[in-house]
Design a protein around this ligand. Structure first.
Ligand code: AAL
Length: 361
């Protein structure tokens, strides 16, 4: 077969690479497209007493987002503005029942007054720890966003929130909150503007909090990941001196495997759309390059005893779909029903590995 140099680069390494994956997408019931409601950024999925549990950002808005210049106390700037964290359960991973709010945004003057969103939940020693993003009010273009934690004895709650965020942006850099990060007075560190998308992993007796950082003076799509480590889930968290631990990546998707940490690095940076692995949780290497990976994937986290291959904790889950960029996952006969959607209400779909299509060629 005649092969271009580009295709030759992929053929040999990816054919039998256990880290390589292609994906297929299908609609779900209960958390699909709904006018007036945003559902996005799902957590990893846990199985508890025979049911699957998922937590996600949910907002009911009077209109599609109006942007930072027109937002008010009730009009959202972005799809994830004025949001709370809700949860849903399912017996089969296809049909979901929305169960209500898990963690709501705080009252007037609270550190999380404008929004709580982008959750991940770790089950550890019989307890549930939820890490998530928080935004104060007012929330302008360049307002700092932080990471907080809540805990519960049952996946149904009630959840107790931390008194204060557990991780805040690096204090370097100066920007007027109302202006764009690129129009700053003084640039800061890679995570000086906002810390986002937390995911908590327990390894080597400590809590490893992976997060996405955005920096004052940096471009919008120049995000990277860092990690901060603590003895207790509530902190204090200490940033790794090696941060950032990736040079790319948007929503953080990480899973423990073989003593190390694997991750789906997507959307941003020179190594976007790759699966990476760090045996020590810090020094990530590219293991496979992907096409059309799920956006903000929440993978089903199998138990440690079933965690026997690289993608065991990345076989299926939910992800969000942003209707405006729906061409990304438009497939064949439009099984997700995207063609009829003309308004930007983000929603959740199911993704899974496409075992039939394991190579590029
Ligand atoms: C997401 C995440 C964070 C960002 C925004 C909402 O996909 O990266 O949550 O703040 O976009």
């Amino acid at each position: 077969m005649a092969l271009s140099a580009a295709m030759r680069r992929f053929k040999a390494p990816d054919k039998n690479n256990p880290w390589f994956a292609k994906f297929k997408y299908s609609p779900i019931t209960g958390l699909g497209y709904e006018k007036g409601v945003v559902r996005r950024d799902p957590s990893a999925i846990l199985r508890i007493d025979g049911d699957y549990f998922i937590w996600y950002t949910r907002a009911a808005h009077p209109c599609p987002p109006v942007g930072f210049d027109r937002m008010t106390d009730t009009l959202p700037a972005t799809p994830w503005d004025l949001a709370d964290i809700w949860y849903a359960t399912s017996a089969d991973g296809h049909h979901w029942q929305e169960r209500g709010p898990a963690v709501r945004r705080g009252g007037s003057g609270a550190y999380d007054e404008r929004g709580v969103f982008t959750a991940d939940v770790l089950q550890h020693d019989g307890r549930f720890y939820m890490v998530y993003q928080v935004a104060p009010s007012p929330n302008y273009r360049s307002t700092p966003e932080s990471i907080a934690i809540a805990w519960a004895d049952s996946p149904h709650g009630p959840w107790t929130k931390s008194q204060a965020p557990i991780l805040e942006p690096d204090p370097s850099g100066i920007v007027d909150e109302r202006l764009d990060r690129e129009d700053c007075i003084e640039p800061g560190a890679w995570d000086s503007l906002q810390v986002h998308d937390p995911a908590l992993i327990f390894r080597e007796g400590k809590f490893w909090l992976y997060y996405k950082g955005e920096g004052i003076g940096f471009h919008h799509m120049e995000s990277k990941w860092g990690v901060a480590i603590a003895d207790s889930p509530f902190g204090p968290y200490e940033r790794s001196p090696f941060n950032p631990v990736t040079n790319s990546g948007h929503e953080v998707v990480v899973w423990g495997y073989a003593g190390g940490v694997a991750g789906l690095v997507n959307r941003c940076g020179p190594e976007k759309n790759t699966i990476q692995y760090a045996a020590d949780g810090i020094h990530f290497e590219v293991m496979a390059q992907l096409v059309v990976p799920p956006q903000a994937a929440g993978p089903y986290r199998v138990d440690e005893k079933d965690n026997t291959e690289p993608l065991a904790r990345f076989r299926w889950g939910l992800c969000h779909v942003i209707p405006q960029s729906s061409h990304l996952i438009k497939q064949g006969n439009d099984p997700l029903g995207l063609a009829g959607i003309d308004e930007p209400w983000d929603f959740l779909v199911r993704w899974e590995l496409d075992e039939q299509r394991r190579t590029y060629i």
